[in-house]
Write a protein that binds this ligand. Structure first.
Ligand code: TRP
Length: 334
């Protein structure tokens, strides 16, 4: 039987945090043997907001290195850099011309980022979801494992695919495969350590709001010590205790214990007793990832070779799709 294909990506904007790991990469690692996988570092997405050109290339290495350190295995998964495969930008242009502008103006993430940025919002930021649709549709992905926050972008991708199929394809000859989201409930939403009602985010100005995959044990202890809690006696998973919910969930995810086990274990604990346990669990889980990461980053030659091989494999698939699309849209063939 043919394996189903998945594609996903992470932006090379600085460090990854445990929300990215638990909500995305860890799940990719778990399923990689039963799928044909494409994981890209989406550097073209990273330039849709003001960015630092001096760190873009290094951050691209960092994400590729973290993919490997977290357990993405090149034997099962193709790792590549988005900007290395030209078909991504070319398909984006073509999709731009069939995507109604108001579909993009309604995107939650665009509106949030645009408000944050104020005046100088780029065309690229508005177009971000079309580039993401191109990423996915180029590979005929069956499923797209993403965090909860990307659900709307995935729906847009499906809408674009269906629209193109209706406009230029036929029932027996669809142009695009319409992808399904693969969103795991557990761990899909890790919340900020300073506000349990907000998602943990790379762009939060306070580093105390998140735990980065490359944080030292001291950093992790300090952040857990300072994180927001409440003053209710005993710890419990309850709707009206967002911080407590988040921290207990993290404890369950990092120890591999079930929610029920954690609820029982922590029912009579206070924060002073619980916090060191949580910090220890996080440190123990991140340590092997950090050690592997350090090893990988010492050998840039290996990383370059891996990304080159990844590019070649990705290109073969992407170029074939692009050719099919251009032919369906009526372009004069090369
Ligand atoms: N927008 C995604 C995010 O910020 C990253 C992304 C870009 C992506 N292209 C993709 C995810 C294609 C899945 C598939 O998380």
């Amino acid at each position: 039987m043919m394996k189903k294909r998945v594609l996903s990506g992470v932006q090379p904007t600085g460090n990854l945090h445990i929300g990215n790991y638990l909500g995305a990469i860890r799940n990719w690692v778990e399923i990689q043997k039963s799928y044909e996988n494409y994981f890209c570092v989406v550097d073209l997405h990273a330039i849709t907001v003001p960015y630092n050109r001096d760190t873009l290339a290094e951050n691209t290495y960092t994400i590729a290195g973290l993919y490997l350190a977290c357990g993405i295995d090149p034997q099962y998964s193709t790792i590549f850099v988005q900007s290395h495969v030209r078909a991504h930008t070319e398909l984006t242009w073509i999709l731009n011309c069939v995507t109604p502008i108001n579909w993009l103006e309604g995107m939650i993430q665009f509106k949030e980022k645009a408000i944050k940025q104020g005046e100088n919002v780029s065309v690229g930021l508005l177009d971000y979801p079309v580039l993401m649709a191109a990423d996915i549709l180029l590979y005929d992905a069956d499923e797209v494992p993403v965090g909860e926050d990307q659900k709307q972008h995935l729906e847009l991708t499906r809408d674009i695919a269906i629209r193109v199929n209706n406009l230029f394809g036929s029932k027996d000859n669809p142009i695009f495969k319409v992808p399904e989201p693969l969103i795991r409930k557990e761990g899909a939403r890790v919340m900020s350590l300073t506000d349990g009602t907000k998602k943990m985010s790379k762009s939060d100005p306070s580093d105390y709001s998140r735990i980065n995959l490359l944080d030292s044990p001291d950093d992790i202890r300090r952040k857990i010590k300072r994180c927001k809690t409440d003053s209710i006696m005993g710890l419990s998973f309850s709707e009206d205790r967002p911080e407590c919910n988040n921290l207990l969930s993290l404890y369950a995810l990092f120890t591999g214990k079930s929610k029920e086990e954690v609820a029982a274990e922590c029912a009579n604990m206070g924060w002073g007793q619980f916090k060191p346990l949580l910090a220890d669990a996080i440190i123990a889980s991140l340590e092997p990832i950090q050690n592997r990461y350090k090893e990988i980053m010492k050998d840039r030659g290996y990383l370059d070779k891996l990304l080159q091989e990844g590019r070649e494999k990705a290109e073969a698939v992407a170029n074939a799709t692009l050719k099919r699309v251009k032919s369906a849209f009526g372009f004069l063939p090369l």
